[in-house]
Design a protein around this ligand. Structure first.
Ligand SMILES: [Zn+2]
Length: 752
């Protein structure tokens, strides 16, 4: 191991400078001289992260179950704190007290037409040494399900999305008074009980279908990486997208000891009906006992049964009781004070809590974070002085629904509004391509970083590999765009991990980054996500862990040291233009779809295709959606594009003079740039969910993790609130106009 590590270090020292680093143009936001100094420090940084350390850190952090409130969760926080201090960093733990339910009683049985009692248990497997830590493992459950005791007929609802219920309606099946069983995936899990409750269901089961992460895809654990018949996906079902993430009892404020708390009855984010996750071993007998219409083709999985939808004759008894305890979450926070601009903050985080041992989720991201901190500590000792303040955070309580990061953001909201420039998140790491998501003012920046990182497998830059792979996967006109556009497009951020409070609540430009895509995995949130699994089936030699530490560390340093914060608004404006076109297409498609359906009803298509032996219900006639006035948005995009181009030109022309700019002028310019993401927020927030203040990005009410871009307009159209969509177009346009004015002002200060 030592020998291997030494070879690796030498390669890292040579490759980035010779292959990608040396004779490049100065970094954006840097004068030529400071750019050169920065590149030298970054090269030193990238030589430090060591796969052997990543492996040992993972072994230590995932050695025992470490969910919120468990002894090893606290132990890990203290161990992380000690490491930070050992590396000479100023670190402390911040504790919040949050509602965290754990199971007291779980009963799932079929009472008709035959009797069956679900096992609800993931057995230890001999090959896997931590799978037998039974006394410390959380049972399989969904956190924030209410207590409940219900008995009712079962209905299979596919993934449990709103469109699945439309299909059920066409089949003449209602879930009113039933317990539904939905497959995992295709939406965030909390959406499933939410939509089920909205349709009158009184209970919800969610199972892992082998087609999605079981034997259909690859060999099951422990011989392979996939979910075995007893594997269960734990997870939160908090309705965070309609209310807010974080502690359900203290929305909008930090869950400090003296915070005013809601009662559980007042809390808006708890699930409405009892919900329980199960394995396909437990699901199969229940599904096999269903009769009624055959499930539509695309609903059927790969269990060896015919998939019927019900309702019944399978009748299910589901009884759940929880301990509704208040538990501590311990965030470990490091502060490296900035030398010249201490009031401008670059923040980087990954969580440390897990559902069980959590080697992949989250430790494969926590270990690189530790290696970055160690490397930054080393550079500080060698004389590196970051211009801005850097904050490192190992969050607790991410799994139940972003508890540690959200409470920290809410507790520090005023400071963050004033000082926070960028938040960089990771949440685990695997083997494969570099995956970039984030605020589009950072698109050019992160593309630049990716060009300087070597891919461990192909030895090309991770950018080049992602670029070529995007060409391979693109279709039609998109392929031409991928070839010609200077930067790869980055994904907009939805939710599901710790950037949510930073981006959606405060309006801090954020990124979520990681490597992955080459390995299948079926251990998510089970007892089998552990050191044995990760070191057999994922980034087994930790070279992608090292690449992640190199990527994020380089990003943090480059953001912290630039004279002018390296935001770019040309890619941003281009993206907003694209989103505007997407909205216009969404409306036009919807109008066309409804017009066509009404036409078919008039023609008698549904009467003609009716099969009396397999009866279906014709869809109902709908009003064709009205035209909306997109002009304010289109005009705002034009303005934004002009301002963005002006700023980009001004910054490029000023580049050689950046080093001579007055400290006060730079400070004022950076303050404007920091404000550029805040300008995209509105204090009143989104309709019916005021905690979400960003007008361009939000998790979808009915997708959860999945982003809705320009959410109030998009969801207005999707949910048929056309008047609201029209008003929201104007509100978003106003924010974009204010953004243009800010960018113009920034450009002006460079032009003088
Ligand atoms: Zn995670």
């Amino acid at each position: 191991m030592r020998r291997f590590a030494a070879v690796v270090v030498i390669l890292t020292l040579l490759l980035p400078s010779t292959l990608f680093g040396a004779d490049q143009a100065p970094l954006v936001g840097y004068s030529p001289r400071s750019s050169q100094t920065e590149r030298e420090w970054e090269t030193k940084f990238r030589a430090i992260p060591d796969p052997a350390n990543l492996r040992e850190d993972m072994r230590r952090l995932s050695a025992r179950p470490h969910h919120v409130g468990s002894p090893y969760d606290k132990d890990n926080a203290e161990w992380i704190l000690a490491r930070f201090k050992e590396w000479g960093l100023d670190a402390h733990i911040e504790t919040f007290n949050v509602l965290f339910p754990t199971p007291k009683l779980r009963v799932l049985e079929m009472v008709e037409p035959t009797k069956f009692t679900a096992k609800l248990e993931e057995p230890a497997v001999a090959a896997d040494p931590t799978s037998n830590q039974k006394s410390e493992q959380l049972p399989t459950y969904n956190a924030y399900s209410p207590d409940g005791d219900v008995t009712a007929p079962l209905v299979f609802v596919n993934y449990g999305l709103p469109e699945d219920y439309e299909k059920l309606e066409r089949l003449g099946v209602s879930v009113k008074g039933s317990i539904v069983i939905a497959k995992y995936y295709q939406s965030w899990r909390g959406v499933k009980p939410k939509v089920a409750a909205e349709h009158g269901a009184i209970g919800c089961l969610i199972y892992s279908e082998p087609q999605d992460d079981g034997y259909t895809r690859d060999v099951v654990f422990p011989q392979g990486p996939m979910r075995n018949p007893d594997g269960v996906q734990r997870g939160s079902v908090m309705d965070f997208a309609s209310a807010s993430p974080g502690d359900p009892l203290t929305p909008g404020v930090g869950a400090t000891p003296d915070a005013k708390r809601l009662s559980r009855e007042e809390a808006k984010s708890l699930a409405k009906i009892p919900v329980l996750p199960i394995s396909y071993g437990d699901a199969q007998p229940l599904l096999a006992a269903l009769k009624g219409p055959m499930a539509p083709n695309e609903w059927r999985g790969t269990l060896p049964i015919p998939y019927h939808v019900g309702p019944g004759p399978a009748k299910i008894h589901l009884k759940l009781e929880f301990n509704w305890d208040i538990k501590p979450v311990n965030d470990v926070i490091v502060k490296i004070p900035g030398n010249e601009a201490p009031d401008e903050w670059i923040i980087r985080g990954n969580h440390h809590d897990a559902w069980v041992n959590g080697a992949e989720d989250p430790v494969s991201g926590t270990s690189p974070l530790l290696e970055e901190a160690r490397a930054l500590g080393t550079l500080l000792k060698q004389g590196w002085k970051p211009r801005r303040t850097i904050i490192y955070a190992a969050w607790d309580g991410e799994e139940p629904m972003l508890l540690g990061s959200t409470e920290w953001v809410e507790a520090h909201a005023d400071e963050l509004r004033q000082h926070a420039a960028v938040y960089i998140n990771t949440d685990g790491n695997d083997r494969g391509l570099f995956q970039m998501g984030g605020s589009h003012s950072l698109e050019q920046f992160i593309n630049g970083v990716a060009r300087d990182i070597e891919d461990p497998e192909s030895k090309m830059s991770v950018w080049e590999r992602a670029h070529l792979s995007a060409i391979a996967n693109a279709k039609g006109d998109d392929r031409k765009e991928v070839r010609q556009r200077a930067d790869l497009r980055i994904e907009a951020l939805g939710s599901g991990t710790d950037f949510t409070g930073f981006l959606d609540h405060i309006g801090i430009a954020s990124m979520n980054l990681g490597y992955g895509g080459e390995d299948e995995q079926g251990i998510y949130h089970s007892i089998y996500d552990d050191f044995y699994w990760y070191t057999h089936f994922s980034d087994t030699d930790f070279v992608y862990g090292r690449a992640l530490a190199q990527t994020i560390g380089t990003s943090v340093m480059r953001l912290a040291d630039a004279e002018v914060l390296p935001y770019d608004f040309v890619d941003f404006a281009d993206t907003v233009r694209k989103y505007t076109k997407d909205l216009q297409k969404l409306l036009a498609d919807k109008q066309e779809e409804i017009r066509e359906r009404n036409h078919e009803l008039d023609e008698g298509v549904f009467r003609a295709t009716f099969d009396p032996r397999r009866p279906t219900v014709a869809p109902s006639r709908e009003e064709v959606p009205p035209h909306l006035n997109f002009a304010p948005l289109e005009n705002a995009v034009e303005m934004l594009t002009k301002s963005a181009e002006r700023y980009q030109k001004a910054l490029a022309q000023k580049q050689s003079g950046l080093g001579d700019m007055q400290a006060e002028t730079l400070r004022a310019l950076n303050a404007k740039l920091i404000d550029s993401e805040r300008k995209l927020t509105n204090d009143d927030g989104l309709p019916r969910r005021p905690w979400y203040k960003h007008l361009l990005y939000a998790p979808g009410i009915y997708s959860g993790y999945g982003v809705k871009t320009i959410p109030s307009v998009r969801e207005g159209i999707e949910q048929k609130r056309y008047t609201e969509a029209d008003t929201e177009i104007t509100r978003v346009a106003k924010a974009l106009e204010a953004e243009s004015a800010l960018i113009d002002a920034a450009a002006q200060s460079l032009e003088h």
